[in-house]
Design a protein around this ligand. Structure first.
Ligand code: EPZ
Length: 418
């Protein structure tokens, strides 16, 4: 089992090039299932979750040709297995995104229920409700979703709550349905819009993506396309928060500041100064951090995927702050690990109260989920002397070469096995 060893207390300085967005790449890879033509997807991040999705698509029968620059050409001409097996789905919940396209194009699919994960139960009832509204028949048997349809029909679907992959799954399915589908209370995340841009390039008729109401007029078939995946706003936010926390300066390349405005305003509130020109952001840390209250919310609110990272920043702020998690029911597992590093955090229901301390001290900690581990990396970069983070396979799911990128900023961070 690999670990990260960090010698903290170093101010970070330098440049980072943002990678392609994991949470845009995953649904966009599934869009290839909707056509027999070749679909080229570029700017893929080199991540475990992307490898898992490509393995799953290959398992289903999609021809997958990776090029040397993490571009891929996918061709779903002859599919031999319309199913996503448990051993793949259990390692990556986003596998459920093959459901919509397979049912839309082939009229059936068998996908393992994703099961819960560390941060919460994470049901897929909204995905099921939407497919049934479009005429699909859904059975749950032996832990699998078995879905059949004699051609999907456009429907009016109102989500009971905002769901990112629920919105994406049903948008994918609706592109080939007979008639118009309207998704209300839809997720407005930029990754949903990036998927829509790719689908429209493939010939889909979609309007309203990026708002809470998306209209999809079904078409008979889709064709190939060449799409570059948008930048990863959570990766970008992680590096920006890390530099603000260590007291350094960062030039971030390849980010679009318009889709990270909630994070920019919170970081500015903490005292960091952020200047941007085109797709380059210059982040300069303050000498002393102000405590900043956070409440996660669906986009354009503060992203839940940045909650742990910002909590790490708050641990050394000049006062007390609160961090409220409204999206997932169990996304505070980093709290006890941060307290092992000397933080003073108390959980009160879905709110954590963070009393700022003057410094953190290195210790052995354990990663529990992807973004919690990112928070622990930031805390390790802050803490004096050595922090060791175990189970970093969680990190590799969502961060490309994290020790290299932080190393280039001057961090003393290395990956060790054992
Ligand atoms: C996406 O997960 C992201 N993953 C998550 O990022 C992100 O944290 C989450 O959206 C929220 O922004 C991908 O895009 C691959 P949801 P998703 O459906 O779609 C409940 C990361 O770190 N819900 O928006 O699975 C659910 O339990 C990952 O990169 C239902 O009750 O999240 C949760 O409480 C972690 N029924 C809330 O809605 C459903 O049918 C939001 O979940 C669907 C969801």
């Amino acid at each position: 089992m690999e670990k990260l060893v960090i010698e903290g207390g170093v101010k970070l300085h330098g440049e980072v090039e943002v990678s392609g967005a994991k949470n845009a790449a995953l649904p966009i890879l599934c869009a290839s299932l909707l056509t027999a033509d070749s679909v080229k997807i570029r700017n893929l991040p080199h991540l475990q979750d992307v490898t898992t999705m490509l393995t799953l698509l290959g398992h289903i029968g999609v021809d997958v040709e990776l090029d040397e620059k993490m571009g891929v050409v996918l061709r779903a001409a002859e599919l031999n297995r319309l199913q996503a097996p448990y051993e793949l789905v259990r390692t990556m919940r986003a596998s459920v995104l093959v459901l919509g396209p397979l049912v839309a194009r082939y009229g059936k699919a068998r996908v393992s229920l994703p099961g819960g994960c560390a941060i919460g139960q994470r049901p897929v009832d909204q995905h099921i409700k939407g497919l049934e509204a479009m005429g699909a028949r859904v059975k749950i048997e032996q832990g699998y979703l078995s879905v059949t349809a004699d051609g999907l029909v456009g429907a009016e679907i109102v989500f009971d709550l905002v769901t990112v992959t629920g919105t994406e799954n049903l948008m994918l399915a609706a592109t080939l349905a007979d008639g118009v589908t309207t998704l209300r209370n839809a997720a407005q995340e930029p990754e949903v819009l990036d998927l829509a841009v790719c689908l429209i390039g493939m010939g889909a008729k979609i309007s309203g993506a990026g708002t809470d109401t998306i209209k999809i007029e079904g078409v008979a078939s889709l064709h190939g396309f060449d799409h570059p995946v948008m930048f990863d706003r959570i990766e970008a936010g992680t590096y920006m928060t890390a530099v603000a926390a260590t007291g350094g300066e960062l030039l971030l390349k390849g980010a679009n500041v318009n889709v990270i405005s909630s994070l920019v305003s919170k970081l500015t509130g903490s005292g960091a100064s952020i200047h941007f020109e085109g797709d380059q952001l210059l982040v300069t840390a303050p000498n002393r951090l102000n405590p900043i209250d956070i409440k996660t919310a669906p986009y354009p609110g503060f992203p839940t995927d940045m909650q742990a990272q910002f909590m790490a920043l708050n641990t050394i702020a000049n006062g007390t702050s609160t961090v409220s998690e409204t999206i997932f029911e169990n996304r505070f597992m980093h709290v006890q690990e941060l307290n092992r590093l000397g933080a003073k955090i108390e959980i009160q229901g879905n709110m954590a109260v963070v009393k700022g301390v003057s410094s953190l001290t290195g210790a052995e900690v354990m990663a529990t989920d992807l973004r919690a581990s990112a928070g622990l990396v930031i805390a390790g970069l802050i803490a004096a002397n050595e922090t060791t983070i175990g189970r970093i396979y969680h990190l590799d799911r969502g961060y490309e070469r994290i020790e290299e990128k932080f190393g280039r900023l001057g961090a003393k961070i290395r990956r060790v096995s054992g």
